[in-house]
Design a protein. Structure first.
Length: 202
């Protein structure tokens, strides 16, 4: 996908945003739809499987937070989702603020009032640069928090699964890594990149 900027003077906000245009030289492929469906299904299944594994590890007290930290499983589980949500909101907010930086804010003042107020505040002076720096520290904090809450202890075994499966997904940290990247970063990054104004206005 390539980004093209419309430079004509129009009244609508959409005409002054980046729009996605399919690449002209992309070869036609009848199997693209089928392959995409399979990839989506496998990705979703893998994500759900990792979430089930982490949830089981938390509620059987086999994670660092519930074993070493002494947290109650319900508290650790709730904190995990709060940390994931916080991380996702920060990631999406950065994309939107940077993407809307050069757009005239008066054009969406009435249609997206919350986005207008947020961008007006964050883009004042060097606030955006300060937000980017602060967001980086917050990202690190949230990632370490998620790791503490969801990383399983060595030799963890859940749901009666073979030890090899538990070793691959839990002992190596693969499950928590996939959940953090997909739910905590990619989902809202991609959505905010396509719907910057709507994201900031929500």
């Amino acid at each position: 996908m390539t980004c093209v900027m419309n430079h004509e003077e129009e009244d609508s906000v959409e005409d002054h945003l980046f729009v996605l245009v399919p690449p002209i030289d992309r070869p036609a492929n009848d199997n693209v739809g089928w392959i995409s469906t399979v990839k989506n299904f496998v990705s979703a299944a893998l994500l759900v499987f990792c979430l089930i594994l982490l949830s089981a590890a938390i509620f059987t007290k086999q994670t660092r937070a519930t074993m070493d930290g002494g947290l109650a499983p319900a508290v650790a589980y709730a904190l995990l989702w709060c940390a994931l949500l916080w991380l996702a909101v920060i990631e999406g907010g950065l994309n939107s603020l940077v993407g809307l930086r050069h757009l005239d804010k008066d054009r969406y003042k009435d249609s997206h009032p919350l986005a207008y107020r947020a961008t007006k505040l964050c883009q004042r002076g060097n606030y955006l640069e300060r937000f980017i720096v602060g967001r980086q520290y917050m990202d690190l904090t949230m990632v370490f928090t998620i790791s503490f809450l969801a990383t399983a202890g060595k030799g963890a075994s859940v749901l009666g699964l073979p030890s090899t499966v538990c070793a691959v997904f839990l002992d190596t940290g693969l499950a928590v890594t996939l959940v953090t990247i997909v739910l905590g970063q990619l989902v809202l990054q991609i959505n905010s990149a396509h719907c910057m104004l709507d994201y900031m206005n929500s």
